[in-house]
Design a protein. Structure first.
Length: 244
């Protein structure tokens, strides 16, 4: 339960960090970050060998999901909480919003009985592509590094679509192509990496192998000029590497 609550808070930080970093609540915000860092460092991960997809960290580190997000958040913090993906239309109305009526938020309380609640299992963030693996051409967006918050934000958006539309494969594939920021991110590479990660997730994939294969087929049809060659590249890299 503790990990679930920690991760729930950490997922919000990329969206609110820029606001709280320059607000009157900056001191409290920094205190929250210090508490999170302490809790992250206290975690024990004896299960890591059993959930690693790759047995080696070369060429890319295989990092547990909470450690990966915390690394990305620290890099975002060092970059003054800036990113290249989140759209913030409210900034244009910030002065009006600050002077408008403030609504008190109720105190958040955990449900009384959590003893039999099943929380998500830990997993390793699957990595197969790095920045040099994407063609260096002006028309091709640059792939963010594995420790960039932009990588997490796009991957999180991809997983949100998959989790909400996994029962309708065609609609799921079409929705994946409508993810915002497509012009600034190599979405074809990120889609293949996330779907491969789901297919190879340990101890068992969240969805069936047939589901992931069907989505890849649908995406190859919808992105016939951009996705099949990336899929072939991923298969080649996976089969050529004996650490899988």
């Amino acid at each position: 339960m503790r990990d679930f609550l920690l991760y729930s808070v950490m997922q919000c930080l990329p969206w609110i960090g820029l606001h709280f970093n320059d607000s009157k609540d900056e001191v409290e915000f920094e205190r929250l970050l210090d508490i999170l860092e302490t809790e992250i460092e206290k975690r024990e991960k004896h299960y890591m060998p059993s959930i690693r997809v790759w047995s080696s960290d070369n060429p890319l580190p295989q990092i547990e999901y909470m450690d990966s997000l915390w690394l990305q958040i620290k890099n975002m913090r060092n970059n003054n909480w800036e990113d290249n993906w989140i759209i913030r239309p409210y900034v244009a109305f910030e002065s009006k919003l600050e002077s408008s009526l403030q609504h008190p938020l109720p105190q958040f309380e955990l449900p009384a009985d959590l003893e039999h609640t099943q929380f998500p299992l830990p997993y390793v963030v699957f990595r197969i592509f790095d920045t040099p693996d994407v063609p260096n051409r002006p028309e091709v967006p640059k792939l963010p590094r594995f420790n960039s918050i932009d990588r997490f934000l796009v991957e999180d958006a991809i997983m949100n679509v998959i989790n909400s539309k996994n029962l309708t494969k065609k609609e799921c594939a079409e929705s994946l192509l409508r993810i915002s920021g497509r012009s600034s991110m190599p979405l074809n590479y990120m889609l293949v990496e996330v779907l491969f990660g789901g297919l190879l997730e340990l101890p068992v994939p969240r969805y069936s192998e047939l589901f992931y294969g069907s989505i890849l087929v649908q995406l190859c049809q919808l992105m016939a000029d951009h996705l099949p060659q990336v899929l072939a590249q991923a298969v080649l890299m996976s089969t050529r590497d004996s650490t899988l």
